[in-house]
Design a protein around this ligand. Structure first.
Ligand code: BTN
Length: 267
């Protein structure tokens, strides 16, 4: 079922930080619409929500699958007062908000560096982090110093049987983990409420680093990292305020990465 506009706009009114909400049945990418609004001078706190995306985008030029009626595809426009050097923390705010909103509907959740929202395959069975699945992702697109668009996708009731084969193996959905459908509006409201709260704290000078690091499911674990055309193996040791990852290599040296793909399944 698509979004009920009455419910969605009522929800937006309950969150004073939201200045305006644009709701669509289907778009190319909500990030593109939010970016156009940003270019046209729209204020901070504008939210773009779509039931489905035809050309949803992920990090590193990848596509993001948003079938109708089951997922969240939302983009938030912000105009940070903090210097652009601090903007990598926007991704941390979005990740923390996503985790909080997913946990609030009874599904364990965590984050995988740099931008993946992760959940276990079954909420009733303890599963190692290596078996957790990607339930969503975050795509921050910055136009410093003017504005940034924070795009968040979450597979709420997505049926993975319908997923493209290359995704079926890695994706998860809240519904599959908890065993029943969840009202999308509940997750959306939790997400936007938590985002508004954390963003306000950050705007007033707070750091998101420690909270973000505490939710990363791969810290302290051996990982394989694909970055800059190479594969690295080592211990995911720590993260920085800029959102970078420190990897401890087997020979004891440390390498620092600002982007890459981490996998926990190689051993
Ligand atoms: C990733 O996993 O690489 C990031 C996925 C981000 C998907 C969201 S859905 C809403 C917004 N619109 C997009 O086109 N992408 C983001």
């Amino acid at each position: 079922m698509s979004w009920d506009p009455v419910e969605v706009f009522r929800m937006a009114e309950r969150i004073p930080w939201i200045r305006d909400l644009h709701l669509y049945e289907e778009v190319g990418s909500t990030n593109d619409i939010a970016r156009d609004l940003g270019e046209m001078g729209a204020p901070e706190g504008v939210v773009v929500l779509a039931d489905a995306q035809r050309a949803g985008r992920g990090r590193a030029g990848r596509s993001w699958w948003t079938p109708p009626g089951v997922a969240l595809a939302v983009s938030i426009l912000v105009r940070p007062r903090r210097p652009p050097g601090d903007w990598p923390q926007l991704m941390m705010i979005a990740g923390l908000a996503a985790v909080e909103s997913i946990e609030a509907v009874g599904c364990p959740a965590g984050l995988k560096w740099p931008n993946d929202i992760m959940i276990p395959p079954d909420r009733n069975r303890a599963t190692p982090a290596s078996a957790w699945r990607k339930a969503g992702g975050i795509l921050v697109e910055s136009v410093p110093p003017a504005f940034a668009v924070i795009g968040i996708g979450v597979n709420v009731n997505t049926s993975l049987e319908a997923a493209p084969p290359e995704l079926a193996e890695i994706l998860g959905s809240i519904r599959e983990t908890v065993g029943h459908a969840i009202p999308r509006l509940m997750v959306l409201e939790g997400l936007l409420r938590a985002f508004a709260r954390l963003y306000t704290e950050w705007s007033e000078g707070a750091s998101m680093l420690e909270r973000w690091a505490a939710r990363l499911i791969m810290l302290g674990q051996p990982v394989r990292l694909h970055a800059a055309g190479r594969i690295w193996e080592g211990l995911a040791e720590s993260v920085s305020a800029e959102g970078g990852l420190w990897l401890r290599l087997p020979d004891g040296r440390r390498e620092y990465f600002l982007a890459g793909d981490v996998s926990l399944r190689w051993s």
